[in-house]
Structure formats: structure tokens, C-alpha cells
Design a protein around this ligand. Structure first.
Ligand SMILES: Cc1cc2nc3c(=O)[nH]c(=O)nc-3n(C[C@H](O)[C@H](O)[C@H](O)COP(=O)(O)OP(=O)(O)OC[C@H]3O[C@@H](n4cnc5c(N)ncnc54)[C@H](O)[C@@H]3O)c2cc1C
Ligand code: FES
Length: 266
């Protein structure tokens, strides 16, 4: 645990913010891992706000860590309102990374699929994979989208051609429809394993796409966390073999074909 300093907060469009924190160099590894953050000291705004919150590590710089924060409630509103120099408590890195699940992760080509705030872990994955990554990023509508300039900057290609964006209602930049539509077209052209992060419906659809095309699939599982220590079981998700998976301890990255998506979505 460290108390770090805010070194920058950038509005990215919609309710999305890039929060950059100063950290000691060399302490962090990303690839799907997360950290628990809370503005420090945190004012008491009610019972739920006393807990810190999990966020995927979005980027690692020299002596900095960045997080993509989507403002959805009290804790994220506090983080999105920080000013340069403000302290933030950081616990991490935590969880299973993609390199734990697949030691050859960085050498393969992947389809990355992000729904909404599921863009969080994709910054560090795009940086690690370079032109071996193709990112599909979907939102419900244009007003939630991260700005196109920022998004293009995540791609190794100058024109951002490694990134496909969608909005369900067609009000934003990119294609109209579900993000799984261009993913399925991509799989039809070239089979690659998938990493997906986002709401359960998207993670379940990506599991079906992986099964149908016979490719591997890692999901970044999301669940509300309380203790963050593997004790309270509030973050468990059911697996097909009948066992339970604790997102905070065994996750968040998991073999997405091992989870019981029908029960998770029910
Ligand atoms: C491993 C992991 C990584 C995450 N990475 C990111 C990230 O990179 N960027 C980001 O913006 N958010 C991320 N989240 C979600 C983030 O932790 C929540 O949005 C945050 O806790 C909300 O806190 P709050 O007090 O602002 O809102 P709350 O009042 O706690 O919640 C506001 C609304 O968001 C919903 N919500 C809260 N947490 C979750 C969750 N885990 N899954 C689904 N719905 C939820 C609540 O049901 C409620 O409707 C991640 C969650 C997990 C478990
Ligand atoms: S948050 Fe308590 S077990 Fe995962």
C-alpha cells in the first residue's frame, strides 16, 4: 500500500477521465491486473463510500501509473475531481494477469474487446502487444465514448487502423451496432484468441464467439467487491465445473470459457 500523488487528471470525453498517479518506479506490472484506489483521506459520504474501489491498470509510465476512470457514483466522482498533488491511496498491483494465464501472451496476435469502462485494461494491453492487437471498443451511445483522438493514440498504427469502434444507437463516431458484430467479421477473416472486458452480456457474447470459432478466450471478470481479500465472497462468480471463482483473488482475468455465463447473466 502506498499513498501516491495525483500527477494529472485529463477529461477524455463522456464521463471518462485519465487519472495519472506518481508511484515508485518498477513496482507495477499491468496486463489485466488492477489496483484498489481511494482518494485520501476520503470524506465520509455514507456506508458504501468508505471502501476503496478496484480499477484496472490502464498504463504504466516512468514513475507513473494511469487509470481510466468512468464517473458512475461517489468514489469515482471523487477520483474524477482530483487536482494535481492530491493524495490517493493505492493498493496493488493485484490479481491474475494475462501473463500468468498464458506465459506466451505477448507473442501472439489478439482481438481485444472492450465495452464501456472495459476499456480500462486495454491501454496497457495495446502498449504491450503493439500491432499484434486489434481493439474493438463499443459503447451504447456517443455521449459515453472516449474521444477519438485519445483512442487513436492507443494504436501502434498512426491512423488508428488497429481500432474499430461502435455505438449501439449510431450517435457516436465509428460503426452503428453491437461491438461483437465487427468482432465476428474479424474472426471470419482471421482466427485469433480474444480478451474481453465489459458488462456480463458482452463477456457472454464473446464466449459464444470464441466457442463458435474455436479460439481461446480470456475475460476480465467484473464484480462488486467488498473486502478485496478473498474472504467475504461478495465477488464470486459460478464456473461450469460447479466451483466458484473469486474475482478479487483468482481474477480478474480468467479463462472465459470456464465461467457459467447463463448463471452470471440470470
Ligand atoms: C477488477 C475490476 C476492474 C475495474 N476497472 C475499472 C476501470 O478500469 N475503470 C472504471 O471506470 N471502472 C472499473 N471498475 C468498476 C469500478 O470499480 C466501479 O465503477 C466503482 O467501484 C464504482 O464506485 P462508485 O462509488 O463511484 O459507484 P457505486 O455507487 O459503487 O456504483 C455506481 C453504479 O455502478 C455499478 N457498479 C459498481 N461497481 C461495479 C462493478 N464492479 N461491476 C459492475 N457494475 C458496478 C453499481 O451497481 C451502481 O449501479 C472495475 C471493477 C473491477 C471489479
Ligand atoms: S471482495 Fe471479498 S472475497 Fe472478493
Amino acid at each position: 500500500m502506498i499513498v501516491s500523488e495525483t500527477s494529472g487528471l485529463e477529461s477524455l470525453g463522456g464521463d471518462n477521465y485519465l487519472l495519472t498517479l506518481s508511484v515508485p518506479e518498477g513496482r507495477f506490472a499491468a496486463l489485466g491486473r488492477f489496483a484498489r484506489l481511494r482518494s485520501w483521506p476520503m470524506p465520509s459520504l455514507g456506508p458504501g463510500t468508505l471502501l476503496d474501489r478496484p480499477f484496472s491498470i490502464h498504463g504504466i509510465g516512468r514513475g507513473t501509473l494511469s487509470f481510466l476512470i468512468r464517473k458512475v457514483g461517489p468514489a469515482t466522482a471523487l477520483l474524477a475531481g482530483l487536482a494535481k498533488g492530491d493524495p490517493v491511496r493505492v493498493i496493488g498491483p493485484l490479481g491474475t494477469g494475462l501473463d500468468d494465464l498464458d506465459p506466451a501472451f505477448g507473442e501472439k496476435k489478439w482481438y481485444l474487446v472492450a465495452g464501456g469502462a472495459g476499456l480500462g485494461p486495454m491501454g496497457s494491453l495495446m502498449a504491450a502487444l503493439g500491432d499484434r492487437a486489434r481493439l474493438f471498443y463499443g459503447e451504447r451511445s456517443g455521449k459515453s465514448q472516449v474521444g477519438s483522438g485519445y483512442l487513436r493514440g492507443l494504436s501502434r498504427d498512426a491512423d488508428g487502423s488497429g481500432i474499430v469502434t461502435t455505438t449501439e444507437d449510431g450517435t457516436g463516431y465509428g460503426l452503428k451496432g453491437l461491438v461483437t458484430e465487427p468482432l465476428l467479421r474479424g474472426l471470419g477473416e482471421e482466427k485469433r484468441p480474444i480478451v474481453a472486458c465489459g458488462p456480463p452480456g458482452l463477456l457472454a457474447a464473446a464466449a459464444r464467439a470464441a466457442l463458435d470459432h474455436g479460439v481461446g478466450y480470456f475475460a476480465c471478470a467484473e464484480a462488486r467487491m467488498a473486502c478485496g481479500l478473498g474472504v467475504c465472497l461478495s465477488c464470486t462468480l459460478p464456473k461450469l465445473d460447479g466451483s466458484n471463482f473469486r474475482v478479487c483473488r483468482e481474477g480478474p482475468m480468467v479463462d472465459g470459457l470456464s465461467l457459467d455465463w447463463d448463471r452470471i447473466r440470470a
